[in-house]
Ligand binder design. Structure first.
Ligand code: TYD
Length: 336
């Protein structure tokens, strides 16, 4: 593992770039290649100086394009890990096909190439594939997939493709499903960075419905550390949940953001997201039994450092000024 060659797809996005940073730091001998389409949410800046100092080899590629990705596979890899995805539920309400293309076609292409070149494949998935959890539910990896949004359905479809590759081809693949990640370099359309931005601007905070939906928040660096443990002992043909246990309502998170930023924006309850899942809850005991404790900082300290990061790096909010981000914001928030 120490000097492995790893291809990270989607390595310029939020979780992918944090993973590349953690990998580069903790595995100095590892050879790292990133393939990323640099769509609206991917930025090479997220990799800091790792590209300039040639610590990371970069390919501008879309995982849904077989020929282009095939060229990348001519280098040999010990592992391919896929973070590339369309991830914003609200966007999936407007343009389902971009989600199917990135999240389903893209994974199909990667599976085919990993078979062709005989490389193990790790797919990064989400708790949203299980659908909403009741107060007493606790979804293990065996739970039925009941996705609510087009986003979650596309991720579930990818998971099913991966599972079918295990049964049909005996392929060397695995899936990890995680809860809401937060931390530095998240595209600022997501709840935490978006609301930090609105609080800085003194603009109203658009809370969907009653704001009592619950999410389990995992700091992205804690997730990436767990992934490093997992890839050091690759769990071929298995699925692992890696989820936070720090569960908060959206209003609780928002109150913390108001306190930490000192912002004075009004809370504005707006129309709820269609099919908005009230809660997710996944059981990570399979991961803990095999890889040991899941280190997770509590949301209080994690949010404090995260808010500080966004306040110290205000240029990240300029990304909301891009055409795609603006037209989404316009159609989603300004017709309420
Ligand atoms: P989000 O960051 O989009 O992640 P996900 O939907 O994948 O959990 O949203 C987190 C929660 O915050 C979710 O319950 C939706 C809610 N939310 C709002 O109430 N208003 C907003 O403007 C956004 C972006 C999210």
């Amino acid at each position: 593992m120490a000097d492995s060659s790893i291809l990270v797809c989607g390595g310029c996005g939020f979780i992918g770039s944090n993973f590349v940073r953690v990998l580069a730091e903790q595995r100095p001998q590892a050879r790292i290649t990133v393939a990323d389409a640099l769509s609206y949410a991917g930025y090479t800046d997220n990799l800091g100086d790792l590209l300039d100092n040639r610590r990371v080899v970069f390919f501008l590629r879309n995982i849904a394009e077989y020929e282009g990705m095939r060229e990348v596979f001519h280098n040999s890899y010990d592992l391919v890990i896929n973070f590339a995805a369309e991830t914003h539920v609200d966007r999936s309400l407007y343009n389902t096909s971009s989600f199917v293309r990135a999240n389903v076609v893209g994974v199909d292409v990667l599976l085919a190439l990993c078979r062709e070149f005989n490389v193990p494949f790790l797919q990064i998935s989400t708790d949203e594939v299980y659908g909403p959890a009741g107060e007493k539910d606790c979804f293990t990896e065996e739970a039925q997939l009941k996705p609510s949004s087009p986003y979650a359905a596309s991720k579930a479809a990818a998971d099913l493709l991966v599972q079918s590759a295990i049964r049909t081809f005996g392929q060397d693949v695995a899936i990890v499903r995680t809860t809401n990640n937060y931390g530095p370099r998240q595209f600022p359309e997501k709840l935490i960075p978006y609301f930090i931005h609105l609080l800085q601007q003194g603009q109203p905070l658009p809370v969907y419905g009653d704001g009592l939906q619950k999410r389990c928040w995992l700091h992205v660096e804690d997730f990436c550390s767990a992934l490093l443990k997992l890839i050091a002992d690759f769990p071929s043909r298995e699925i692992f949940n890696i989820g936070a246990t720090s569960e908060y309502t959206n209003l609780e998170v928002i109150e913390s953001l108001i306190r930490l930023t000192g912002g004075r924006s009004p809370v504005n309850h707006v129309a709820d997201r269609p099919a908005h899942d009230r809660r997710y809850w996944i059981d990570s005991s399979k991961f803990i039994a095999r890889y040991g404790a899941l280190t997770q900082r509590d949301l209080r300290s994690g949010l404090e450092s995260t808010v500080k990061w966004y306040l110290d790096n205000p240029r990240i909010f300029e990304r909301l000024g891009g055409n795609e981000a603006q037209s989404f914001e316009q159609s989603h928030y300004h017709h309420q």
